[in-house]
Design a protein around this ligand. Structure first.
Ligand code: ADP
Ligand code: MG
Length: 505
């Protein structure tokens, strides 16, 4: 099956089947050192230069809890409205693998540190909520390196002991599109609260998608778990392929066997890695080397007082403070940078709704075109704000702003970013108006000059005039367009309409 296959529909049934998806996400916590040792967590070092005796599982070495990892777990719990356990327990998950020299991974099993909570987001203009089961602290394993050129495999234990928070959802999602939107929202939250750098290429945020299908009303189907999806695009492709595959199996009268599978981005297919083991296979038991993790309420309150304003709190504030819709407020809080940009531009213009429209429209379009985020927008928020103020005051019209002033500001900003000498972007009060004046696009409210243009355009376009008189309202737009053009975009469209109608009637 090709990877360019069209995505499955956003919800509803697929060939009469309901899709059920639950996610397990491993967020690598942004601590300097490992979860149970002092070795550094930095990515990309020479193999085995960042593994200390604890990470190497040397006999006699003992794990010591990293306070920073616990604090980050508390932050996530506070951000998602979860219960933060006063007492949670570390457990050994036993299995053999060359990259796990201890023979067990330290994780949390029966009593995780973060319990419950939820993630809400928009898919299009539909609001979705996904419930969380839990989030638990655990250590990462090392990595096998297959050195084909020397015909050997090596083990790099730099990653061993890197702190992870595994965030587990209920099987609440009913389409691959909802699941991807959930993953994007979770990614936004963990980066927003500063607990994870979110770098997906480096594996700092990887998702396992549990997928099953069933006929509506039937009990949950058997799931297969697609491991280690570290790009939103692959996530969608992998789930869509898997959903189709499972439906095909069932339609052929075959049963789905629970399994752990891998997605191959080159072929766009999923394939079984191993049949799924049960929790019992891991012989979980409390780790005798680590005492229970105790989190006092005063610590939770301390962390709460240091949290940034959360996306949903900021969104609620935008709704009331700026009279915006829930949908607009959600879009404007898609990142810390977006929220900040919006507020600065609004302060400069006093026009929150117009700023919101520009950010969702022309600004988003240009950013997409150049594949950059709002944090790298060439037009500073003060400049956009001043431009919007000019539009609102009727000094320039919206169309001219879009076609001339905004692209001009964009161009200046790009030169500034490219570091052309000492060029800076001036955004002192009145700076953008000065630019608009120099571009000669300030609207004229000189009606005698405009009247002459209107008379000329009417005389030059008898066909449009006749059509308008015959009842074709669209013919008026053609005349307005001509007049705007003849005025160099400086005419006030409302005034043009008025004059034109007065002359034609
Ligand atoms: P394990 O820890 O053994 O992987 P869990 O029962 O904790 O198993 O579930 C792991 C993930 O699988 C959770 O996100 C859960 O929501 C999801 N899940 C469970 N049952 C199903 C199912 N039938 N279809 C899809 N997802 C499921
Ligand atoms: Mg699992």
């Amino acid at each position: 099956m090709s990877t360019t296959q069209k995505s499955l529909p956003k919800s509803l049934l697929v060939q009469g089947y309901e899709v059920v998806i639950g996610f397990e996400t491993h967020a690598q916590l942004s601590t300097q050192s490992k979860i149970f040792s002092r070795a550094p967590t930095a990515f990309g070092a020479e193999p085995n230069t960042q593994a200390c005796p604890v990470d190497l599982a040397l006999p006699g070495s003992l794990p010591v809890m990293n306070v920073g990892a616990v604090e980050r777990a508390i932050r996530l719990g506070l951000a998602l409205g979860s219960h933060i356990a006063e007492r949670s327990v570390f457990a050994r998950k036993n299995y053999f693998y060359p990259d796990l020299p201890k023979g067990y991974q330290i994780s949390q099993f029966e009593i995780p540190v973060v319990q419950g909570g939820e993630v809400s987001f928009f898919l299009g203009d539909e609001k979705k909520t996904v419930r969380l089961v839990r989030a638990h602290l655990e250590e990462d394993a090392g990595k096998s390196l297959h050195e084909d050129f020397v015909g050997m495999s090596g083990i790099d234990l730099n990653r061993a002991g890197t702190p992870l928070l595994e965030i587990v959802t209920e099987p609440d999602m009913r389409s691959s599109a909802v699941a991807v939107a959930y993953a994007k929202e979770l990614h936004k939250i963990v980066t927003w609260i500063g607990i994870c750098d979110g770098n997906m290429q480096e594996g700092s945020f990887r998702c396992d998608a549990n997928v099953s299908v069933r006929k509506p009303g039937e009990p949950l189907g058997t799931r297969r778990e697609i491991k280690n999806l570290n790009s939103f695009k692959f996530m969608q492709q992998a789930m869509d392929y898997e959903i189709r595959w499972q439906i095909e199996q069932l339609e052929d009268g075959k049963a789905i066997e629970q399994a752990t599978i891998l997605f191959n981005p080159d072929t766009g297919e999923t394939r079984a890695m191993r049949t799924k083991e049960d929790a019992a296979d891991y012989r979980y038991f409390p780790d005798p080397d680590l005492p229970p993790l105790v989190i006092g309420r005063d610590w939770v309150e301390q962390v709460r007082s240091e949290m940034p304003e959360l996306p949903r709190v900021m969104a609620a504030r935008f709704e009331t403070q700026y009279s915006l819709s829930e949908y607009d407020a959600a879009a404007l809080t898609s990142s810390v940078a977006m929220g900040a940009y919006f507020e600065v531009a609004t302060k400069a213009s006093g026009q929150p709704k117009l700023v919101s429209n520009w950010l969702a429209g022309e600004v988003a379009r240009r950013l997409n075109e150049e594949d950059i985020g709002i944090d790298r927008c060439p037009v500073p928020p003060e400049a956009l704000g001043q431009m919007i103020e000019l539009i609102h005051a009727g000094e320039i019209n919206n169309k001219t702003a879009k076609e001339q002033l905004f692209p001009h500001l964009w161009g200046i900003g790009k030169q500034v970013i490219a570091g052309n000498g000492s060029l800076t972007f001036h955004t002192a009060s009145g700076a953008i108006k000065t630019i608009a004046v120099s571009l000669n696009i300030i609207q004229t409210n000189d009606s005698s000059a405009l009247e002459k243009i209107v008379t000329d355009v009417i005389a030059a376009n008898p066909k449009n005039v006749d059509e308008f008189k015959a009842g074709n309202a669209k013919a008026l737009n053609a005349l307005v367009g001509q007049i705007m053009k003849a005025s160099g975009g400086k005419a006030n469209p409302a005034q043009v309409n008025e004059l034109l109608k007065a002359k034609l009637n």
